[in-house]
Design a protein around this ligand. Structure first.
Ligand code: NMX
Ligand code: MLT
Length: 430
């Protein structure tokens, strides 16, 4: 990567000339409250503004949709290819279609799973959660780690990022087959059919067992928008933290997947579908329509039972997530009359008001997970316990692009300071 020496120099100069500059302070609220807004991580690949949402290397989602190569090859004609966003995140440059096509081939050349992985996945109980299976599958691929081998044979620190890049691309290349094997094993006949004449997302759809051009487009959109959400989210942060110990990218991202599997993070996408199914079941049984009034009733039941409304709220965002908005636009274009799509829209009309009235939530608007499930459901992808695996295939691209830069920039072991309650009380009384 040609930019590495220049970026290394710039960071070294920043540290040398301005290292002691104070850029913030930390309150006791922030310390107890999950470090919200504490600026303490360097993240190259994306940035999240509370009002505007995500920018990937400076580009908003609509800007990415306008300039990144698509399957037809024409920018703006369809959704961006996952490979184009990978190129953008890794290099900060908008790729050409030729560059993207060469990256697709490069990923296919690295996609073979070690021989023990498919038999291992097939040996797992079918009722083991798909995310647990995903981390097992990815951990088992670690036998292919180039970085671990190079480190063991004494590679110098200055070359770490070159070996890490091999693994970053290796993990991203292998994730679709691990994920598809899990899906086909749990819900179908275990057979995975590839079509490597297609792009990464199209081939992934065939491996999952879907052959529908409109679903391919949804997968392209889905995989692009879930890639990165700056560094502080739990899956990206975990990947960065584990990687800072010089654990290789396979082990680091398996750590990230474990964080993604929590219901306050990526698992919320399955929880949203479950919430909607529970709502429908209740009102169908009572002979009532699902409408603004019954949704409001069900939302208050959830809140009064001290449970969260899945898919609403965010640790950073203070407006509707632009990832929600672009999925809504996809729905309006491809399935405007779909029953569940309309339910999600009605939820969107009433939920912010309910959450404002409830009075606790800092952000009463929907996040990415609020919309993704119903779009999948429309195409017959109804196994919602699996949805977070799709998020996991995508998040590899952002978290691991940054992991490459972590090593290229020589970032050290992450080791923040903890304090005791006694120390905090002593500070409070000063
Ligand atoms: N429903 C009910 N209560 C909520 C919700 C919600 N959707 N969101 C926040 N709250 C509560 C929260 O539990 C907290 O209560 P308490 O004081 O009793 O602990 C209070 O409101 C203040 O929390 P916030 O400061 O608004 O949110 P925080 O930054 O702590 O948490 C989330 C952010 C995303 C964890 C939270 O909004 C949530 O639990 N949302 C539902 C789960 C979800 O959709 N997660 C997916 C996030 C996106 N992703 O993909 O990761
Ligand atoms: C994410 O995409 O990681 C989520 O929106 C959570 C976050 O940013 O904290």
């Amino acid at each position: 990567m040609a930019q590495v020496p220049e970026k290394q120099k710039s960071l070294a100069a920043l540290k040398k000339e301005h290292g002691s500059k104070v850029i913030g302070e930390v309150t006791i609220d922030q310390l107890i409250g999950g470090a919200r807004s504490v600026k303490c991580m360097l993240w190259e690949t994306s940035n999240l503004d509370p009002e505007e949402g995500i920018r990937f290397r400076g580009l908003t989602i609509p800007e990415c949709q306008a300039v990144l190569p698509t399957y037809s090859g024409i920018q703006g004609d369809g959704e961006p290819l996952l490979e184009s966003i990978l190129w953008l995140l890794l290099t900060s440059e908008v790729p050409t279609k030729e560059q993207v096509d060469s990256l697709t081939q490069d990923l296919y050349s690295r996609s073979k799973l070690p021989d023990h992985v498919v038999p291992l996945l097939k040996s797992l109980p079918k009722d083991m959660h798909p995310m647990t299976q995903f981390t097992i599958g990815l951990n088992a691929c670690q036998t292919d780690s180039q970085f671990a081998k190079a480190y063991a044979s004494g590679a110098p620190k200055t070359q770490y990022h070159e070996h890490v890049l091999e693994d970053v691309l290796g993990v991203i290349a292998k994730c679709p087959e691990i994920a598809a094997t899990i899906y086909r094993n749990i819900y179908f006949d275990g057979k995975v059919e590839k079509d490597t004449s297609l792009d990464y997302s199209g081939n992934f759809c065939r491996m999952l067992g879907y052959d529908d051009k409109s679903f391919d487009e949804l997968m392209r959109l889905y995989l692009c928008i879930h890639t990165d959400h700056e560094g502080g989210n739990a899956s990206a942060h975990t990947t960065h933290l584990v990687g800072s110990t010089l654990s290789d990218p396979y082990l680091s991202y398996a750590g990230g997947l474990n964080a993604l599997a929590g219901p306050l993070h990526g698992l919320a996408n399955q929880e949203v579908l479950k919430w909607i199914q529970d709502l429908k079941a209740k009102f169908d049984a009572e002979g009532k329509e699902v409408n603004a009034q019954t949704i409001t009733e069900f939302a208050w039941e959830t809140l009064n039972a001290k449970k969260v409304i899945p898919g609403y709220g965010h640790a950073v965002l203070r407006k509707t997530d632009p990832r929600y908005t672009c999925q809504r636009e996809f729905g309006l274009k491809h399935m405007p009359d779909d029953e569940l799509f309309k339910v999600v829209d009605t939820i969107y009309q009433v939920m912010p008001g309910i959450l404002k009235e409830h009075g606790k939530v800092a952000n009463p608007y929907p996040n990415v997970d609020s919309h993704s499930g119903v779009l999948l459901w429309h195409y017959g992808f109804t196994q919602f316990q699996y949805y977070t695996v799709l998020f996991g295939v995508s998040r590899a691209v952002g978290a691991l692009s940054q992991l490459y830069w972590d090593r290229a920039l020589g970032l050290p072991l992450e080791r923040p300071k903890s304090v005791t309650p006694e120390w905090l009380w002593a500070q409070a009384k000063k």
